[in-house]
Ligand binder design. Structure first.
Ligand code: ZN
Length: 200
């Protein structure tokens, strides 16, 4: 099982980190050992002092495919979850400044929180929100993605064979920020709570 992630897929988020808006999807991966499920607590690792949350819509790939054409992309997913792409921002900034790969800042153990999956909502625009200690910190809408679900499937499958069960974290909207020990994170999809866990 592979975990694909997309960077800078919302204009407002790209701007808040002083990144350019990409002309092609920015793809990176996390290993399966990054998964954090069942609302288990997230333990801040000792190698970082600046872990950020990034709330994202996550697709589950439902069948194998490669070089998927745009007209067929929608046949490759039917359920969605919420995920948090935990990022060691301090490490990532150091690595980015050197032009190095950023795996250790993004792919470490438990860095991919994942809710249960639900059927893709009928509405075209999917709303999702993150509350930290009861305060709204991210307010996302799928219509604001630079590259929509189908475009991401088409792009990624040019390079990687998609396999049933692969996951796709589709990028985070603006509002990313740090987590600290004791924080309580709750995330909702169309106003239904799917993630509810603590930082330890
Ligand atoms: Zn992300």
């Amino acid at each position: 099982m592979k975990i694909f992630c997309i960077g800078r897929n919302y204009v407002d988020h790209a701007k808040e980190l002083n990144n350019k808006v990409p002309s092609q999807p920015l793809v990176f991966m996390k290993p399966p050992t990054a998964l954090l499920r069942n609302n288990d607590a997230f333990y801040i690792p000792e190698f970082t002092s600046d872990v950020h949350y990034e709330l994202e819509l996550v697709l589950k790939i439902k069948k194998n495919g490669k070089y998927i054409q745009p007209a067929f992309a929608k046949d490759y997913y039917e359920s969605v979850a919420l995920g948090i792409d935990f990022t060691a921002r301090d490490l990532q900034s150091q690595l980015k400044s050197k032009g190095h790969p950023w795996e250790i800042a993004k792919g470490f153990d438990n860095s991919a929180a994942l809710s249960s999956f639900v059927d893709l909502p009928k509405e075209k625009n999917i709303r999702f929100q993150l509350f930290k200690n009861g305060n709204l910190v991210q307010d996302g809408a799928s219509q604001d993605m630079i590259f929509d679900f189908d475009s991401l499937i088409v792009h990624i499958s040019k390079y990687f064979t998609l396999q049933q069960g692969d996951l796709l974290y589709t990028g985070t909207p603006a509002g990313v920020g740090p987590v600290n020990i004791g924080d309580h994170l709750v995330a909702t999809l169309q106003d239904t709570s799917l993630l509810d866990f603590y930082i330890k």
